[in-house]
Design a protein around this ligand. Structure first.
Ligand code: HEM
Length: 496
């Protein structure tokens, strides 16, 4: 479906005169009856709702506010105001594609300097969104996914080789660190035929360090007063420039290697082949070299960071719930057999393990929010008038805990919430870890296949022992990650 919403500002620069990312519109401009939307008490003149908030945890601060203020609230920082939605009814209304579309704002817009009009950061009106979407979507078809499966298995084998060593040495494993190695290698090899050699390194690959730097910087820019930004972020700005230059260089090398290999990765038909060689089926148009660079960065980043977090949270919950682990493992044994490697079709058959993954993504959707803007003047939930271009951020973490949809025990981990009968009993649009509508995640099936495959392999091979002293801490860098999570492994009795 073509995306037609145009920015109400008509401005096409990456940043506006205030230094704020383009696409930013303070709520005062878009919500004529803003006064009806609650905000935290004790606003500080000029500064706004800054009491009790922490620049490193804007999402968790917003979650606490949602808890106190209800399904819709506003936050003000340094003269600019944002509307947040966490209630199931209002989020369902925002999912109406005829009235709302993706809004590229806040953190996402802050990534424009590096990801430009790549799929994730493109404004709805930019022609490269539709062009790239149509060219790349077949790269996520069932056939394409079946082609990635053996490469995913290769990378998973590298992970288990590493974990075998750690287990034999009696060392704990760094879960987010190793999941990041795994997911980076997986998207790099399946999508781009590139090997970062992550498992041969003790430290994260510099690509990951640069990416984390860029994501953290994009988040920090939201919480620094615009006029003070140039002063407060001077050092960070320079580091961010260096990080972006590193990301660009890495991507240019990957593309150059493929072109040198004759343009086609040996006819692999991977994402990079599509970017370089495939023309739009109707118009014959191709992606430009500059746009390909943006897409490669987009896919390398979007294609691993969130999946890594999803796997890490799932392993955390599995380690704390032996009954769930035992049930998931019994399913793996039954569907895959005790040894050998699963065929492509055998992964989606792990229905209970998928529920574990869904339940982990419910509690901690690793892309914790997404923004929606009004295509035309409208009224949200029949109550809150919005002008065309006005927008709200859907807090998926809180939508996923709304008692109206999930019950009073919404904070508890229970994979059976995703049993088919329970899913059918819930209203639509209450589970949105992959966003919504035309701009929802293109890599959803890829992520779910990869994560289910890897969890199945790990459960079949290891016992997971949580560190009894660990309390879940959430690291925020636009995405979410369990901070400092380690597990001790045991070799499962009888595992090959
Ligand atoms: C558990 C893993 C993942 C989660 C939770 C996730 C979440 C999301 C969300 C919420 C959006 C919509 C953002 C918005 O509305 O602003 C999105 C978009 C996107 N995701 Fe994912 N994602 C995951 C994995 C992946 C993977 C594996 C890939 C690529 C292989 C990928 C590529 C993208 C791209 C390119 C977009 C932009 C789509 C567009 O606007 O056309 N994601 N993702």
């Amino acid at each position: 479906m073509a995306q037609t919403t145009r920015p109400a500002t008509g401005n096409t620069n990456t940043t506006g005169p205030t230094g704020l990312a383009k696409g930013f519109r303070s709520a005062e401009q878009g919500w004529p009856e803003l006064h009806r939307i609650p905000h935290p008490p004790r606003r500080v003149p000029l500064l706004g709702d800054v009491l009790g908030v922490n620049v490193r945890t804007p999402l968790q601060d917003s979650m606490r506010m949602a808890d106190r203020l209800g399904p819709i609230f506003r936050r003000k920082a340094f003269g600019k105001e944002f509307v947040f939605v966490s209630g199931a009814d209002l989020a369902a209304d925002l999912a109406d594609e005829s009235r709302f579309a993706k809004h590229v704002g806040l953190g996402v817009a802050n990534l424009r300097p590096v990801a430009g009009d790549g799929l994730f950061t493109a404004y709805n009106h930019e022609p490269n969104w539709q062009l790239a979407h149509d060219i790349l979507a077949p790269g996520f078809s069932r056939d394409a996914m079946a082609g990635y499966h053996p490469l995913m298995l290769d990378v998973a084998r590298q992970l288990t080789a590493r974990w075998d060593e750690r287990e034999a040495a009696g060392d704990a494993v760094d879960v987010p660190g190793d999941m990041t190695k795994l997911t980076l290698e997986t998207i790099a090899r399946t999508g781009f035929g590139h090997d970062f050699g992550s498992f041969e390194r003790a430290a994260p690959h510099p690509f990951v360090t640069a990416m984390v730097g860029t994501l953290s910087f994009a988040q920090r820019r939201n919480v620094v007063p615009p006029l003070l930004g140039p002063l407060l972020l001077r050092g960070a700005d320079r580091r961010n420039d260096a990080d972006m230059a590193y990301l660009n260089r890495t991507v240019d090398e990957v593309v150059a290697a493929r072109r040198a290999a004759g343009g086609s990765g040996g006819g692999q038909g991977d994402l990079l082949d599509r970017m370089l060689e495939v023309a739009h089926p109707d118009t014959g148009e191709r992606l430009s070299a500059e746009n390909i660079r943006r897409q490669v960065i987009t896919f390398l980043v979007a294609g691993h960071e969130t999946t890594s977090g999803a796997l890490s949270f799932a392993l955390h919950y599995l380690s704390l719930h032996p009954d769930v682990l035992a049930r998931a493992r019994a399913e793996v044994d039954e569907v895959w057999g005790a040894d050998g490697e699963p065929a492509y079709e055998q992964v989606a058959k792990l229905r209970y393990l998928r529920r574990v993954l869904d339940e982990s993504l419910r509690l901690w959707p690793t892309a914790p929010g997404f923004a929606r803007e009004a295509r035309e003047d409208t009224t949200l939930g029949g109550v809150h008038p919005m002008r065309r271009g006005a927008w709200a951020l859907v807090l998926a973490t809180m939508l996923h805990r709304d008692p109206a949809a999930w019950g009073e025990n919404a904070a508890e981990f229970d994979p059976d919430r995703f049993a088919p009968s329970a899913v059918r009993a819930r209203p639509a649009h209450v589970f949105k870890p992959f966003g919504t509508g035309a701009r929802a995640c293109i890599g959803r099936q890829f992520a779910l296949h990869e994560a289910t495959l890897v969890l199945g392999l790990l459960l079949r091979r290891y016992d997971l022992h949580a560190d009894p002293g660990y309390r879940l801490r959430i690291a925020e860098r636009l995405t979410l990650m369990p901070d400092g999570l380690t597990l001790r492994l045991g070799r499962r009795a009888g595992a090959a």
